[in-house]
Design a protein around this ligand. Structure first.
Ligand code: APR
Ligand code: PHB
Length: 387
């Protein structure tokens, strides 16, 4: 079998890349280890920057998003019960859209016309700095695909980054000493906008999927088990970390999903090795505090799609040669913002009294400075991710 591009991974990054290439007439096949139902079953975040919304429009996959997505003009920050709203629209004339990553994945699956091979096992990449080819097994049969380029959109644990020779790759990592215990519940959200709360008991986030489904998170030790938390214990802990009025307004109920996610910052460099390009979680991980994971994956594949289309349609390698440097500059800015939000809003075991005073002063500065609020608004709404 031969295709111009083989995309490994049918998460949002792989599906979006596949869609942009098929719309430009570039022949790309996607191979995915799991089934489509499994991919759709994963609960992930749900804040889209304007650049990601525009990319869904470009992919002609945005009808349901515009019908069901919620436009948010700001977020609320709370510090030990003191709250301050960051008004994106008033500060910089921008907004975000709340629309679950699962829905984005479902919509991209729905518009895909070209081939996606699900349940492809033992995917292996070959001859990356020569004439690349990919093998995989399915239904006991081994298959080979020859191609011009491979896009590694297979996430942090995928095969693509692992296929790059160690000496050709540099990685940068920070693992945080805590995780997020998340609960999904079919109750109306506690507030119209997201609330990011710092409390001496730990971080908390009030998020949502719709007017009737909410998503809440509390900071827990990194090795915490979700099974150690009854719903009641979760709701009590969440209330304890919110300002009294919000705690009072919280509508609780039985969790329909409960899990702990670790927090890490990770970047691999460079993002091209011969005919292999890395994008999305295969290239970088951000802690979810800045809502950058999905948006960074989208901006990666927008740049990669443009570069590959330029290569095949205009016969110019300028884009593919510039891809790694171009997206890494965005990635590091998004990493910086996600690290900064995480550092401001979480409690760190090793932070002493001095550190807590600094966190408080950072919040007070933010609450009192229009310039600081504009900087947060720029980063949160994606100015840096799509520059
Ligand atoms: N062979 C084939 N497919 C693979 C392999 C492999 N060896 N390893 C992983 N995959 C598939 C996974 O099953 C998954 O469906 O690659 C896909 C990667 O998808 P994601 O992990 O969702 O990564 P990405 O598309 O880059 O999306 C990034 O996901 O985790 C969130 O916060 C993150 O929002 C960001 C988004
Ligand atoms: C979510 O809705 O799951 C969510 C929203 C914002 C974040 C992280 C997660 O920063």
């Amino acid at each position: 079998m031969r295709h111009q591009v083989v995309i490994v991974g049918a998460g949002p990054a792989g599906l979006m890349l596949g869609r942009l290439l098929e719309l430009a007439g570039v022949d790309a096949v996607i191979i995915e280890r799991k089934s489509a139902d499994y991919v759709l079953g994963r609960i992930r975040a749900g804040v889209l920057e304007q650049g990601s919304v525009a990319l869904m429009d470009r992919a002609q996959a945005s009808q349901r998003m515009h019908a069901e997505g919620l436009i948010h003009h700001g977020i609320e920050l709370s510090f030990d019960g003191d709250s301050h709203r960051i008004d994106f629209s008033e500060l910089i004339g921008r907004q975000v859209m709340v629309y679950g990553q699962t829905e984005v994945t479902r919509d991209l699956m729905g518009v895909r016309e070209a081939t996606t091979i699900y349940e492809a096992e033992d995917v292996a990449l070959h001859d990356l700095d020569g004439r690349p080819w990919v093998t995989y097994t399915k239904d006991g049969q081994t298959h080979r695909i020859d191609c011009d380029f491979i896009a590694g959109c297979d996430g942090y644990h995928g095969v693509a980054r692992q296929s790059v020779p160690q000496q050709a790759l540099t990685t940068f990592e920070r693992v945080y000493p805590f995780g997020w215990l998340g609960v999904l519940v079919d109750r109306p959200p506690v507030a119209d906008e997201l609330i990011y709360a710092h409390h001496q008991r730990g971080f908390a986030l009030c998020s949502q999927r719709s007017h009737s489904r909410s998503r809440y998170y509390v900071q827990v030790p990194a090795d915490e088990q979700a099974s150690a938390w009854s719903d009641d214990r979760f709701w009590d802990e969440l209330r304890a970390r919110l300002d009294p009025a919000t705690a009072e307004a919280l509508q609780t109920g039985p969790s329909i999903e409960k899990s702990v996610a670790p927090l890490r910052s990770f970047v691999a460099e460079p993002l091209r090795f011969g005919s292999l390009f890395l994008a999305g979680d295969a290239a970088h991980i951000v802690p979810p505090t800045g809502a950058k994971g999905l948006n960074l994956a989208m901006s990666d594949v927008a740049a990669l799609a443009d570069a590959l289309i330029e290569n095949f349609v205009e016969k110019s390698a300028a884009g593919i040669d510039a891809y790694s440097a171009k997206v890494l500059s965005r990635i590091w800015k998004a990493e910086r913002f996600s690290w900064w939000m995480t550092t401001l809003l979480h409690t760190f075991p090793e932070t002493g009294a001095f550190g807590r005073r600094i966190q408080r002063a950072e919040f007070d500065y933010l609450a009192g400075s229009r310039v600081a609020q504009q900087s947060l608004a720029e980063n949160y709404t994606g100015v840096v991710t799509w520059e």
